[in-house]
Design a protein around this ligand. Structure first.
Ligand SMILES: [Cu+2]
Length: 67
């Protein structure tokens, strides 16, 4: 499964790395592609294993705005 979240607050490649590592640490996530210029985070995940609400909360906890 693949989804794209709108994430505001990423300003550079370092922010992308923070988001990538944060999301990759979540259960069921197989790939993460953040794009700070477009304010998007593409997430590939295993359906039934990944919890998108938990992923969104993890991103928010790092200081970015999801939604
Ligand atoms: Cu940054």
């Amino acid at each position: 499964m693949k989804t794209v979240l709108n994430v505001k607050g990423m300003k550079c490649g370092g922010c992308e790395t923070t988001v990538r590592e944060t999301v990759k640490a979540c259960t069921g996530v197989t790939d993460v592609k953040p794009n700070f210029k477009e304010n998007t985070v593409e997430i590939e995940y295993e359906e039934g294993k990944a919890d998108l609400v938990a992923i969104s909360k993890a991103i928010s906890a790092k200081g970015f705005q999801v939604g």
